[in-house]
Design a protein around this ligand. Structure first.
Ligand code: PMP
Length: 703
């Protein structure tokens, strides 16, 4: 497919604009090239409707799959029918996400770009709608561009103008997605008068499998193309292609909006953000992304470019899952209020959620975030035990509130942090790769657990400045795999021994499954289950609502009873009917789409691919994980294991340029974290691995 060869065309396009292009643009701008009606009925005098088919469109029905052209057809023609119009307009210079075939990828300085910017005007109309030549000319080509998502039967008509000196200047108009009868009827070389028949609007699948429409485009230089011409351009080449194919409405004169507004440019958004949003809220990537749409494992930026999302474990069942958004919309239209009335949703949801836990975990509290869940867990632990203190693991993050930030060494020992509060003890991360006890020896877990025991004992023993009594250990908080700590699976035996020590002192054990719950680890629904322990309290967040602000605390009847000490627990938004409808939809999708099983399968495949990379790329010191929770630890040297944070950051930035979203974590910022939506497929894993392989092989990353 010739359109892939963008660069050479651009060079020639620049030349074309010096001559004929400029004249044609000038004539168009002066209104001296007005055609007659392009369709019958004439779109200039018939009611029409502009349909927003842009990447940010609401018109295409919201949660949508860009490969689903049957649905696109339905949306377009339903809207036209509802508006009572025979013609719908698709705009020029619009950023779209419908062009999903390989023919729409084009080389770019950073690897490749997808061609997303529409260079013509679409006129949606019923199949068989007559197409007429808007200007006199001569048929230049009759071709069948029969590949799926191409033009199908296509005419190109040549037109001639005279320049100031009387010399002929030619330009062309393109008619795509026609009925195949035109292939028999039209002959190259034949003269056409304005208003002559150019066939009729075709139907899928014969028209390239699009919703029935005519694609109309002006071409000022054919660039050597025969029978076809690119109808969409890569964003990096937008200006030159818009010059080669100027706004067709200068010729068609269709009333209403036929040209899409430009998306806000990045620098304007950055300036607005700097002025209006607190600066402690950071953006990802040196070259920040302007993301406007998501679908499955992909995010799309304002230029319609797809990115493979390998880090968003919030969009657990996939970005913009139609089931989840439908559930939210439906319930939002019925009722959304607090939990002080009887309502089925919260009861059904609590029942479904509790059924996923081992006994005696059976009582649910609903909140709005992971922070709130841990905050509530801490209050419950304190009320239940009558103690104050907590033991946490080093580098942990449990949330952003005043109390919970104090359970987060990741924050209080990081930049701007104020260090450990007297009621908190930090036990070392049980990191068998880099920590003080290494390897897979049977005693590694228990040796780390001894530090938890020591921390518990210290809280029981040592008084603090708020009194002469020690705070006591109310809780041991842990993640079931360490996330901010650097994607670290807990060594066998660690949790069991740590729980024993905590419980022996009367503390409760809190498993923070905010990052790793809901089937992510593949073998189990909850990551603590791998360790044969049953926590006293489990906190949930992130994936629970697929992006809807929802969190939960699941605990034992005993602890729930202790917490009912007279003070009412009220949470305005927690557990509202919309949240519960969303939570239920998420559980349904996990089950029906077999996402835990997928995490196991795709995760194993991914680990295999990464281990293969490790054999060839010495910068990879370790590859580890469970299911779709995976880390790649980057080192200066495999023997010394000196961390390579700058290398890791460089790799993440470079992968972003190559369309793959990753980030770094770990106390040394040298671990690439991979925790994609659970719909991540083996093909997605292959894409990630091959892009990583390519980047690691670049000169800057070769070791
Ligand atoms: N716990 C863990 C393990 C987390 O990773 C996070 C968020 N990164 C939280 C709790 C806090 O959740 P939220 O941001 O929803 O308040």
């Amino acid at each position: 497919v010739a359109h892939r060869d963008g660069a050479a065309h651009i060079a020639r396009g620049g030349v074309a604009l010096q001559g004929g292009g400029r004249l044609i643009k000038g004539r168009l701008a002066e209104g001296k090239l007005r055609g007659v009606g392009l369709l019958d009925p004439d779109p200039r005098s018939t009611p029409i409707l502009t349909i927003d088919l842009s990447i940010e469109s609401g018109d295409d029905g919201g949660p949508f799959d860009p490969t689903d052209h049957v649905a696109l057809r339905r949306v377009v023609f339903d809207r036209m029918r509802d508006a009572g119009v025979p013609i719908g307009i698709g705009r020029y210079d619009e950023v779209r996400w419908w062009y999903t075939g390989d023919a729409f990828r084009t080389p770019a300085p950073d690897g490749e770009e997808w061609r997303t910017i529409h260079l013509g005007i679409d006129l949606f109309a019923g199949p068989g709608t007559p197409v007429r030549a808007p200007l006199a000319g001569r048929i230049a080509s009759v071709a069948d561009n029969a590949e799926r998502l191409d033009y199908g039967p296509t005419l190109i008509v040549e037109h001639e103008l005279a320049d100031e000196g009387g010399a002929p200047v030619r330009f062309w108009t393109l008619y795509g997605h026609l009925d195949p009868a035109v292939l028999e009827e039209a002959r190259p070389g034949r003269a056409v008068a304005a208003g002559d028949s150019l066939g009729s609007v075709g139907a899928p699948p014969r028209n390239g499998d699009w919703a029935p429409h005519l694609h109309f485009q002006i071409i000022v230089d054919r660039l050597g193309y025969d029978g076809t011409f690119p109808g969409v351009a890569a964003p990096g080449q937008r200006e030159v292609w818009l010059a080669l194919s100027p706004d067709p409405n200068a010729l068609l004169a269709i009333p209403g909006e036929t040209r899409a507004p430009r998306p806000e440019p990045g620098p304007a958004l950055l300036a607005a953000r700097a002025a209006r949003i607190g600066p402690s809220l950071r953006l990802s990537y040196r070259r920040p992304l302007h993301i406007v749409r998501g679908r499955g494992t992909r995010l799309f930026d304002a230029a319609g470019q797809p990115f493979l999302d390998c880090v968003n474990n919030v969009a657990h069942v996939g970005h913009a899952h139609p089931r989840v958004s439908a559930a939210a919309c439906r319930q939002m239209g019925l009722l959304n209020t607090n939990t002080r009335y009887l309502h089925d949703a919260i009861l059904t949801y609590a029942e479904r959620l509790a059924a996923l836990f081992p006994q005696p975990l059976s009582v649910c509290f609903f909140v709005c975030s992971g922070t709130e869940a841990n905050e509530l867990a801490l209050r419950m632990a304190r009320t239940h035990t009558g103690k104050v203190g907590a033991v946490v693991l080093d580098a942990a993050y449990h949330g952003n509130s005043s109390s919970v930030v104090n359970l987060s060494p990741y924050k209080f020992d990081g930049p701007g942090g104020k260090g450990t509060r007297p009621w908190v003890r930090v036990a070392p991360m049980p990191d068998a790769y880099r920590g003080r006890y290494r390897g897979d020896g049977a005693d590694v877990g228990t040796r780390y657990a001894a530090h938890v025991a020591e921390s518990v004992a210290a809280l029981e023993r040592e008084p603090t400045w708020f009194g002469d009594r020690p705070p006591g250990a109310a809780a041991f908080f842990h993640e079931s795999l360490l996330s901010c700590g650097g994607q670290i699976p807990l060594p066998p035996g660690f949790l069991g021994a740590a729980y024993d020590a905590a419980r022996a002192a009367g503390a409760v054990c809190v498993a923070d499954e905010v990052q790793v719950g809901f089937g992510r680890v593949g073998t189990h629904f909850w990551a603590f289950e791998e360790h044969d322990v049953v926590p006293d309290i489990v906190t949930l967040g992130k994936p629970i609502g697929n992006g809807h602000p929802l969190g939960a605390v699941v605990t034992t009847p005993d602890i729930a009873r202790s917490f009912d000490n007279g003070m009412e627990y009220f949470n305005t938004f927690g557990g509202n009917p919309v949240s519960c409808a969303v939570g239920l939809a998420v559980l349904d999708v996990i089950e029906e789409e077999g996402l835990r099983e997928n995490a196991l399968r795709a995760g194993r495949h991914l680990l295999g691919r990464l281990e293969e990379l490790m054999m060839r790329h010495p910068a990879i010191g370790d590859v580890r994980g469970r299911g779709l929770f995976v880390g790649i630890e980057l080192v200066e040297d495999r023997e010394t294991r000196v961390p390579a944070p700058e290398y890791a950051d460089g790799l993440v930035q470079r992968m972003r340029e190559r369309g793959v979203l990753l980030s770094t974590d770990g106390p040394d910022h040298n671990v690439i974290k991979i925790k994609p939506p659970l719909v991540f497929s083996e093909r997605d894993a292959d894409l990630l691995a091959s892009r990583l392989d390519e980047v690691l092989s670049e000169t800057a990353f070769r070791r």
